[in-house]
Structures are given as structure tokens and as C-alpha cells.
Design a protein around this ligand. Sequence first.
Ligand code: MN
Length: 228
Amino acid sequence: MAYVIPQPPQSFLPVAGTDDQFPVRRVYCVGRNYAEHAIEMGHDPDREPPFFFMKCPDNLMVGGGDWPYPVASNDVHWELEMVLGLKSGGTNIPAAQALDHVFGYAVGLDMTRRDLQGEAKKMGRPWDVGKAFDLAAPCTAIHPAEKTGHPTAGRIWLERNGEVRQDGDLNQMIWKIPEMIEYLSGLFTLAPGDLIFTGTPAGVGAVQRGDVLKGGVEGVDELTIKVV
Ligand code: MN
């Protein structure tokens, strides 16, 4: 058996502190999961059911560094998020058992072509062009939960050129991680290698070429990109 075209490379996150790699299968993202961010995006922060969209595994950019300003947009926003990776999966996972499936945690940027996303929202079209573009998901190495525990509180923040722009706390999540996994596993069969971007606190904004974005999640990691 031979592949008739070059085999696409497997996406992965390095496992922090080791030479091991975490292979990535799917990248789920939860929308509007912090009340203040829901408000800034013009929505009611009440506990409506969570909703999800996806990025592609090959949208990941591992670690920080130079990040090319994307094509086809003039309004590219940062969204700093905690990311989790699953070591096992299933369907209809009860919240009480959800954390048993988590391998570890990382820090990611859900970079967003807000102008294209806005057009899609207005037209009732999918968000892919706004969310799943090349390099749309810079992300740190993944840190095993044996080291980090399962963070439920702690600062989640982003600085643009040294100025604090996002400054939230994981305890402000509307849908907590076990509930998120329970809900998502009712929609999709989750599996080892799935990542979930868990939402961003208030303070999103537009980047310009030359900007340095530095952000982190307390107890997990920090991520820095320079927009070029
Ligand atoms: Mn997001």
C-alpha cells in the first residue's frame, strides 16, 4: 500500500518537560464562556447552552514566535484561552467522570478574523473563515494534569505590547470544564488527542503588525507571539 499523495503531517503538541509528543486529532472551541466577554460581544451572559466551533489540527502553531498577519482580513483579534487535551474519550461522559479523560492543559490563542466572522454571523453562515485559517491557533506545550492538577481558578491574562488587555480568572467560566466535556460528548464522540479551547475572558481586541502579545494561565504556562 502506498499513499498516492504526500501523507499530511500529524499535528501535535510537545509534552512540557519531556521529549514526548501529544498527537492532536480535533480542535474544539467553546464560544462565549466568560460572562464579561459575552457582554462585550453583544450577548446575554445568561447560562444559555454552550456552543462550539472547530479549528483544524493543522491550524496549530506550536510555541510562540513570529506570527504572520493573516490574509483576507483587516480586523484580527486575540482571544487568550486555556486549552485542554484528552487522553481518552467516549460519548455521553458524565461531568463527574469528565476530568478522568483529561491528559493536561496548555495556553492557546484563538486568533480570529473578526471581520470575516462578523460577516458570517450576519449572513447566518459558518464561522470557519473567521476561525479556522492558517496558524489560527498558537499554543504552548501541553502540561500533564499530574503536574498542574485540574485548574478551576487562577489568573488568565494577556498583555499587548506590555499593556494588560485581558485579565480574568478561570473561575469566571460560565460552563465549567467537566460540564463542557459532558455537553460536547453528547454531540460528538470524543477521543484521545482532542483539544478543547475553553473560551476567553473579556478584553479581546485587534492586533497590528509589530504587536507583541504575551499571555498566560496561572499554574499552566505563558505564550508570546509577535505579529509580523
Ligand atoms: Mn475563543
